[in-house]
Design a binder for this molecule. Structure first.
Ligand code: 6R9
Length: 656
């Protein structure tokens, strides 16, 4: 963010006190803060017994003796699927709708009650067990936004088989490396899914990922679009046939509180994605607790809708585990916000009478661009609370969200958290906190997080620094799959005894936290985490590329956009010259990145340059490239080994 943008934000002084009406019905209370402050572990023990059903109660709240490797709710035993499904049926709420599913094609909808979900997860667990899946076996899930994605995840949880969900926008190569890293025997996918009115293939991507040697023995295929798929006899099975053939009842077993629930790969600062590991008890507790006090879900009256994809952590925590552990009713939508028209989201809010909406700033900015006339055509009066996640929300978008979508009546919760934190960490508590546009404000009760300077000391009000979490928390990552050293080094070595989130932040004069974005080489594009190193390594794997540097440039809608600078190999340079502007080559490189990682990683811009700016020690100075990508005057070049390089690059840009 530019310095000017930052100072504007920090002078934001508008506040919005909760209405009496909202506060009167809110789940969150001021007392929660006091209780957590007075006895943090006691507080978490109380929440753990309130939100989670334990088969065996725990003996100890937290074991931090082997820090930074935490154990929460030691010796407690539970089953995550029983918590999210069975117990609601047992409590007599089997008829309650769990998922109002809305397909992208209009009128393609399905309502699934908790009782139906119960039957489906039992059949799916039996079908997976028939394929030899048991406790500790990883299962890869590569599905569109259909109810089967939640069913598949919960069925894995039921068996104690950690799932590893990969977002449907990733390529065969990306899927293959995740399958290998997690050593999965089974993949659950679909023939395809609907995206912008067209069926897109998923099974074909899985087929590509399994070519050659693979640990995968079986593929379960959900039939969604009915498109033609290739079939490998003996390996592939239709999901619906496997479930039909399976027993309708499955007795769930309890697992240790620290049993791994899932792995979720996320981009880090190196080229290799990290498999973030989450375990059962603490994760389930924190996602359910935050769904209750931050999203203010009242399971018997609210209709909740989180617009994320289950392939990201937001979908894991706030579509599947959090809301379902509470027994909530929610909307799940398959498609994009503009299919078949730009009012689709608001039509869904109106039709399903959504009360709580959780979405991303990039979506809000897109809706702003489309104009308020679109949402104004729909009845949004059912809404009572609005949430935001994924990236900083600028005050202007926050105000638009409040006024146009929330009718000036709904509190907004700007929730900061990460794949690694598992659940919400910093957010207003609606009904308690006076909200301030653009700021995530304060850690929630039970969480201790501060902004520190370079030496790890908390900063004064009005200053900036790094966001750290000072104490372990229940839903914290337990490590990186297969790489304990990398876990310690990435998160726990920058500051002593503190978790370093990788985000920069500021404290305003009132002590509110403003999260500003990544301070490492991770970009945030439409709320999706992308690593510069990963895209650079995809680019240099192309035979025509000698070197590449990638930066995230500020973008009005997507937050950041991927901009790549590449140096070509000798003969390719001539070819690009013949090709005029090198357009053919640029298209080829963008396509190559899509193949290596996925369409979501395609650079918005690729600039062919003669040199890259480097320090004397050979480090690429991305700061200078960012200046170019954002059309700014290039900053200080004195640490460059060759200061004329920037002239060459900017000259080339101007000629374009
Ligand atoms: C949940 C999720 C995490 C990164 C995080 C930060 C950014 C998320 C934010 C936010 C400012 C918020 N981020 N929420 N920045 N305000 N409310 O998005 O997880 O995909 O792992 O991304 O997203 O930079 O470090 P993940």
């Amino acid at each position: 963010m530019s310095d000017e943008g930052l100072s504007n934000m920090l002078h934001e002084e508008r506040t919005f006190a909760p209405s009496e009406e909202f506060a009167a019905q809110a789940n969150g209370t001021a007392e929660l803060f006091d209780r957590a402050q007075e006895d943090r572990e006691g507080f978490w023990a109380e929440q753990a017994r309130k939100y989670v059903q334990w088969e065996t109660d725990f003996d100890q709240v937290l074991d931090w003796s082997d820090a930074p490797f935490a154990k929460w709710f030691v010796d407690g035993r539970l089953n995550a699927c029983v918590n999210a499904v069975d117990r609601h049926v047992e409590a007599g709420n089997g008829d309650r709708v769990a998922i109002h599913w809305v397909g992208e094609p209009e009128d393609d909808t399905r309502d699934i009650t908790y009782a139906e979900l119960h039957e489906q997860v039992q059949r799916a667990a039996n079908a997976l067990a028939d394929l030899g899946v048991g406790e500790g076996d990883t299962v890869m899930i590569y599905l569109p936004m259909v109810p089967e994605s939640a069913i598949a995840m919960l069925a894995c949880a039921r068996l104690g088989a950690p799932h590893s969900v990969v977002f449907g926008g990733f390529s065969s190569d990306a899927l293959r490396s995740r399958i290998e890293d997690a050593d999965s025997k089974v993949v659950i996918t679909a023939d395809g899914g609907y995206r912008r009115g067209k069926p897109s293939g998923l099974k074909s991507v899985v087929d590509g990922a399994l070519e050659g040697e693979t640990p995968v023995e079986n593929v379960l295929v959900v039939q969604r679009t009915g498109q033609d798929v290739e079939w490998t006899e003996g390996r592939d099975r239709w999901w619906h046939e496997a479930l039909e053939a399976a027993d309708a009842t499955h007795e769930a077993q309890a697992f240790d509180s620290e049993h791994p629930l899932f792995i979720l790969y996320t981009s880090g600062t190196t080229g290799k994605p990290k498999g973030i590991v989450h375990t059962t008890g603490g994760y389930l507790l924190q996602t359910a607790y935050t769904s209750h006090v931050v999203h203010d879900i009242h399971p018997d009256t609210d209709v909740y809708w989180c617009t994320a994809d289950v392939g990201w952590v937001t979908g894991h925590s706030y579509i599947v585990y959090g809301p379902m552990t509470l027994g909530a009713t929610q909307v799940m939508y398959e498609g994009t916000p503009d299919t078949p028209h730009q009012g689709r989201f608001w039509e869904i809010v109106q039709d399903k009478k959504v009360t709580v909406l959780y979405t991303a700033p990039t979506a809000i900015r897109t809706f702003m661009k489309w104009g308020k006339e679109i949402p104004e055509k729909f009845d949004l009066s059912s809404l009572k609370l609005l949430g935001s996640v994924g990236e900083p929300i600028n005050p202007e978008a926050w105000m638009w969200y409040r006024e146009v979508i929330g009718g000036g009546r709904c509190p907004i919760v700007d929730t900061w958290w990460q794949t690694e934190t598992g659940g919400i960490m910093i957010s207003p508590i609606p009904g308690v906190t006076e909200t301030r546009p653009g700021s995530a404000q304060h850690p929630i009760p039970g969480i201790n997080a501060v902004v520190v300077d370079d030496s790890g000391k908390p900063v004064e009000k009005g200053s900036g620094g790094y966001l750290v979490v000072t104490d372990p928390w229940p839903s914290m990552l337990r490590g990186i799959w297969g790489d304990p050293e990398r876990y310690k080094e990435t998160y726990w070595s920058r500051f002593e005894d503190m978790y370093f989130a990788g985000d920069g932040a500021k404290l305003d004069e009132d002590g509110n936290i403003w999260v500003l974005g990544r301070v490492d080489d991770v970009m945030n594009v439409s709320g999706h985490r992308m690593s510069t190193a990963e895209i650079e390594s995809a680019l240099v794997s192309h035979p025509k590329v000698a070197e590449a540097a990638v930066v995230g440039a500020a973008d009005e809608t997507t937050g950041q956009a991927i901009c790549a600078f590449v140096i070509l190999r000798g003969d390719a340079t001539e070819e690009a010259d013949e090709d005029g502007e090198g357009e053919g080559l640029v298209a080829e490189l963008r396509q190559h990145v899509a193949k290596e990682i996925g369409a979501i990683a395609k650079p918005r811009q690729i600039m062919v340059v003669p040199e890259l700016p480097k320090t004397r020690s050979g480090k690429i100075m991305r700061r200078l490239l960012k200046d170019v990508a954002e059309n700014r005057e290039v900053g200080d070049v004195t640490t460059l080994a060759d200061s004329s390089v920037m002239d060459l690059i900017t000259k080339g840009m101007k000629e374009d």
